[in-house]
Design a protein around this ligand. Structure first.
Ligand code: PPE
Length: 314
């Protein structure tokens, strides 16, 4: 159970209590991991609760389902509205939203096409993903002995539950060896991503990040950094990154909905730069947080304001 979950859950167009949001153990998803999901933050802004980049997350969810030949029985507009409604019904100020689309009960066997498609949206409070001090002080990470899923095995552009079996191996190995997070290399041995984050490297005045062809999730926070780097005047290059570049970089940082912008202090116990968040990471982090928290002008239209709680509006 999350630290604090919100009671109302959206299921196939209806609100149900958290305790009733259960599935049968024969559901296809349990046996064959047939599930696509999203993670979205809703921030507490001076204008009320605001969902961050709702459109992009909804688009990615529908695209993840499309890759797996799954027809989501709700339109993008209906899904987006459901998330706004969920915030209002639960009277939430800030939370993490988790829409999930999966194959339910029906036939047994690998063929998923005869099973129902279920859509749920959960909401809970999620603090700092990589620890309370992570954003301020940075985290210690390692290169994983596990490789990222290779092209033509599991599609990295889909945010599919199955991909997270690979992520779990990376994460557990890192934790077992005393690190906060693990970074995987791709099929060709280049840097791919963290178990739940994209990665960026700062060297000689430029920012580098692996291209989408390096089996990375097309991260929405990654995209924010592409936009903000431009705004702040930092040249940014999407290119293959050799493992050793992380060791000799001036700065390395993670991005993700849960991780936001988290500095990396060391890689394989080799200190990155001065061993503390560097100026480029800090300026991007500051700019990002000021936008998501509604302190700066929302010049890119990234926030969806949820308005008043339903009860108060009536
Ligand atoms: N790569 C992976 C593998 C990944 O899981 C995430 C998000 C990202 C990159 C960053 O993508 P984006 O959130 O769009 O910027 N991971 C989500 C799930 C974490 C979890 O433990 O669950 C998240 O951050 O919400």
């Amino acid at each position: 159970m999350p630290v604090k979950n919100y009671d109302q859950v959206w299921h196939n167009g209806k609100f149900i209590p958290w305790a009733d949001a259960t599935i049968h153990v024969s559901a296809h998803v349990v046996h064959y991991a047939s599930s696509l999901f999203e993670g979205i933050r809703c921030y507490d802004t001076p204008q009320g609760p605001a969902i961050f980049r709702l459109k992009e997350h909804t688009d990615r969810l529908v695209n993840s389902a499309k890759i797996y030949r799954m027809d989501v029985p709700y339109s993008r507009e209906e899904l987006s509205q459901a998330m706004v409604d969920l915030i209002r019904v639960n009277n939430v100020k800030h939370c993490y939203l988790r829409p999930v689309v999966f194959r339910g009960a029906g036939e047994m066997g690998v063929n998923p096409l005869k099973n129902s498609v279920e859509v749920y949206i959960l909401a809970w409070e999620w603090g700092k993903y990589l620890g309370d001090e992570a954003l301020r002080k940075g985290v210690e990470v390692c290169i994983s002995s596990w490789q990222r899923i290779a092209p033509n095995t599991l599609p990295a552009m889909a945010k599919a539950a199955a991909n997270y079996m690979n992520s779990q191996l990376i994460k557990m190995e890192a934790l077992t060896n005393g690190y906060t997070e693990g970074i995987s290399l791709d099929n060709s041995g280049y840097v791919s991503e963290g178990s739940g984050e994209n990665i960026f490297v700062v060297r000689e005045g430029k920012i580098f990040t692996p291209p989408l062809s390096a089996s990375v999730l097309p991260g929405i926070t990654r995209d924010c950094v592409l936009v903000l780097a431009k705004e702040l005047g930092y040249p940014l290059v999407e290119q293959n990154i050799a493992r050793e570049m992380l060791y000799i970089a001036e700065e390395v940082f993670f991005t993700g909905t849960a991780a936001e912008i988290t500095p990396i202090r060391s890689v394989d116990r080799i200190v990155v730069g001065k061993g503390q968040p560097g100026p480029v990471t800090r300026s991007l982090q500051e700019r990002f947080l000021s936008i998501v928290q509604g302190q700066a002008e929302d010049r890119y239209g990234w926030l969806t304001l949820c308005g008043q709680p339903v009860a108060a509006a009536r």
